[in-house]
Design a binder for this molecule. Structure first.
Ligand code: GLN
Length: 488
């Protein structure tokens, strides 16, 4: 399982550094695979042949000159299309930004380039990262590589699909309420939503600024940890970026869980209607216990309000963030008889139905007379949810929940019922509202061959603990060596 396209980022770098292969050859092979499979999967919105080959050639030049190579030298990486890439179209899967070419790189993109990574393309997503199935993209559905009639999850469905199907070993996504964790669970891979403030949001197109974080996606916990190490760190250009040293996430994968108190959010697990998800999560918990962790039951009494709270706060912030797309400064412009008609026509035609729904919901929640009843109250409950975690972390060091209530649902299954779709995020929203780091990693397969994920949640800025525990789960019940059969 270590041959193309399933080699790890570590192997790829090693083979390039030792001279066994070149970065250009590696890149050509992955570009050819993307060319072949993207028409089936639609995970890439744009494959940057020229840019990728130029970055690879630069790595080869550095190697030939005996210069020190970065931690991702020559490793192909896919980037979600809501992260700005200088000179390369960044659409947010929206018609309103269909032709937008940013004049600058996001912080995380700069970090990737500095590490020697080869950015092979921009991945599909739900428009402006609003969605849980990738069906809200203006540029077509992404398919789940485990079963192409199923959703890959959202909103980072393109990044998750590309990684799971072996089009790249690593990808970046963004997570506001579950958008790296839920697609990772659906596609059988690992993703980390870092602590709010851990990774700079500079150059990430804003959806809900008090929640948005960039997150690494990979087929193994070790690779996700390495990618987090590359992109984490303080950045003055994001006022909410935390001035804290990044952790040794990769090293933490070898630490084990001996003596760790793992909090089991009992009612979330016992309440699962899907018995396969319940059994897989229980099996992962048993594996943690076997390796020396102690399980303790904990409760998050206010977590059941998370869907209501999130779907007030996130749309409210989106309605103000998306006000900048007015047909004047960026992207699409639909000229009309006067300025206000130009705004209305541009926004009416440029945004898809879910984005328009969120803008309307959010504008309503923020409007005079309703602000206290909706937005302010939601903020108060958000504080109660954070307090639930503070209390829980008095008796444990780490929390475990399912990532999603079910494995991947069918494409089209939930598109006519937004509330059903929103409920797909029931377990990923609470840690997002509390700003906590959370990780999803596979813990089994359903009888019909669909991956199941477990979510681990740690105290603020303790991503290392997530990596240590996730590695134990991966060793016991991960899918690293069993890629989706149709693409193996
Ligand atoms: N699915 C959630 C939503 O639709 C979360 C999306 C995200 O994390 N970007 O808002």
């Amino acid at each position: 399982m270590t041959s193309f396209p399933w080699q790890s980022a570590f192997d790829i770098r090693e083979h390039i550094a030792s001279g066994a292969t070149t970065a250009v050859d590696v890149t050509r092979a992955y570009l050819a695979r993307a060319e072949e499979l993207n028409p089936k999967l639609s995970c890439f919105l744009y494959v940057d042949h020229e840019g990728a080959l130029a970055a690879a050639a630069q790595v080869d030049r550095m190697r030939d000159a005996g210069e020190e190579l970065g931690p991702l030298a020559g490793v192909p990486v896919a980037v979600k299309d809501n992260l700005c890439t200088r000179g390369v179209r960044t659409t947010c899967a929206s018609k309103i930004l269909g032709n937008y070419i940013p004049p600058y790189d996001a912080h995380v993109v700069e970090a990737l380039r500095a590490s020697g990574a080869v950015i092979v393309g921009k991945t599909n997503l739900d428009e402006f990262a609003m969605g849980s199935s990738n069906e809200n993209s203006a540029f077509g559905h992404v398919h789940n590589p485990w079963n192409v009639d199923r959703a890959p999850g959202g909103s980072s469905g393109g990044s998750a699909c590309a990684t799971a199907a072996g089009l790249v070993p690593l990808a970046l996504g963004s997570d506001t309420g579950g958008s790296v964790r839920q697609p990772a669970a659906f596609c059988g891979i690992t993703a980390i939503k870092p602590t709010y403030g851990r990774v700079s949001r500079y150059g990430l197109v804003a959806f809900a600024s008090s929640l948005d974080q960039v997150g690494p996606i990979a087929r193994s916990v070790r690779e996700a940890s390495l990618l987090l190490e590359v992109v984490a760190g303080h950045d003055q250009r994001d006022a909410t970026s935390a001035d804290r040293a990044r952790g040794a996430y990769h090293a933490a994968c070898s630490r084990g869980v001996k003596g760790l108190r793992v909090g089991v959010v009992r009612d979330q697990i016992d309440g699962l209607q899907d018995s396969e998800v319940r059994q897989a999560v229980e099996a992962a918990l048993t594996s943690l216990e076997k390796e020396g962790a102690t399980l303790v039951d904990v409760a998050l009494p206010h977590a059941r309000y998370a869907v209501s709270v999130y779907y007030l706060i996130a749309p409210a912030e989106a309605s103000s963030n998306l006000a900048r797309f007015d047909g004047i400064r960026y992207g699409l412009r639909v000229p009309d008889k006067d300025l206000s008609d130009t705004y209305a026509e541009t926004r009416g035609q440029g945004f898809g139905p879910e984005v328009r729904r969120r803008i309307m919901l959010g504008t309503y929640a923020l409007s005079a007379g309703y602000y206290d009843a909706f937005y302010l109250r939601a903020q108060r409950v958000r504080t109660l949810i954070r307090h639930d975690y503070d209390t829980a972390f008095e008796s444990c060091d780490l929390l475990c929940t399912p990532t999603t209530p079910t494995p991947a649902f069918a494409l089209g299954e939930k598109t006519s019922d937004p509330l059903e779709m929103y409920l797909a995020d029931i377990f990923t929203l609470p840690p997002s509202l509390a700003g906590l780091p959370a990780l999803s990693t596979p813990c089994g397969l359903s009888a019909d061959g669909l991956p199941i994920g477990i979510q681990l949640v740690a105290p603020s800025f303790d991503e290392e603990r997530l990596c240590s525990a996730a590695q134990v789960v991966e060793d016991a019940c991960g899918l690293v060596n069993s890629p989706p059969p149709a693409f193996a």
